[in-house]
Ligand binder design. Structure first.
Ligand code: DGL
Length: 269
């Protein structure tokens, strides 16, 4: 099984791309809806919550976990990979979404001016700047925290004039900086992709996180047969949430355009 973790519902954007590109595998999705948002929380809390989630998904039998959540990838992934995994699950893997997006950014940028939008925690971590710098020195990276966007998406305000006004206000700084590539560094922002594209204009390439992460997962599984061979393949999907399963199911079925047999409520920690 492949585990997909997010602080809430946003990671369904990533799961949807996996189901389209890699439908043969079994997936377990966990959304920590009861404790979302992670984006305004401290490093210690984000690490602890993410570690609990990863432990839970390993207990379900996952061989490989993708942290679909940018905030968890930015703040908790390295410590989990370097300090926790070797002691507790040395033969399993946890991957994040930051490196795939940074690699894609470097591939597509024309003038080396890259914008990154994300939660406060993701942007303050400067993880995108660090990863982009490792891949290619001399890039101009403009990070911008957009804390209002997650609640607007969660409330279903996508496409409303008020949301577009806020988007325009946020994105103006990146337009002024003439970024030619924009990384959507948060699971919720693909819901706003069309509006972001319209506001940024045709000279700026907007990177679609879920599609990029899905392609990178495909490459990873191809390059790591020792992991791929241990991932079960029956095309099953299991859903867990830490909050109301009924609400999760309603949203999930609408978004994934398929029936969800059941969503189980779990308590982490
Ligand atoms: N899933 C988070 C991310 O991708 C956004 C929501 C949150 O703040 O928890 O950064």
């Amino acid at each position: 099984m492949i585990g997909v973790f997010d602080s809430g519902i946003g990671g369904l954007t990533v799961l949807r791309s996996f189901l389209r590109d890699l439908p043969e595998y079994d997936y377990v999705y966990l959304g920590d809806n009861a404790r979302t948002p992670y984006g305004n929380k401290s490093l210690d809390i984000i690490y602890e919550y993410t570690r609990q989630a990863v432990g839970f998904l390993f207990d379900q039998g996952c061989m490989l976990i993708i942290l679909a959540c940018n905030t968890a990838s930015a703040k908790a992934l390295r410590k989990i990979q370097q300090q926790w995994l070797p002691s507790y699950f040395p033969d399993r893997r946890v991957l994040g979404v930051v490196i795939p997006l940074a690699e894609a950014g470097v591939e597509v940028t024309r003038f080396g001016r890259i914008g990154v939008i994300g939660t406060r925690a993701t942007i303050e971590s400067k993880v995108y700047e660090q990863e982009l710098e490792k891949l290619r020195g001399g890039l101009k990276v403009h990070g911008l925290a957009c804390p209002l966007l997650v609640p607007l998406v969660e409330e279903g305000w996508v496409g409303k004039p008020e949301t577009n006004m806020i988007l325009k206000k946020y994105l103006q700084r990146l337009k002024d900086a003439k970024v030619d590539t924009l990384i959507l560094g948060c699971t919720h922002y693909p819901f706003l992709q069309h509006d972001i594209e319209r506001i940024m204009g045709k000279n700026c390439k907007i990177l679609n996180g879920p599609d990029i992460v899905s392609q990178k997962l495909k490459d990873y599984l191809h390059r790591h047969p020792e992991i791929e061979g241990r991932v079960s393949r029956k095309g099953r999907i299991t859903f867990f949430t830490t909050d109301d399963p009924g609400r999760f199911k309603l949203f999930g079925e609408k978004f994934l355009c398929q029936r969800i047999a059941g969503v189980e409520k779990v308590t982490l920690g």
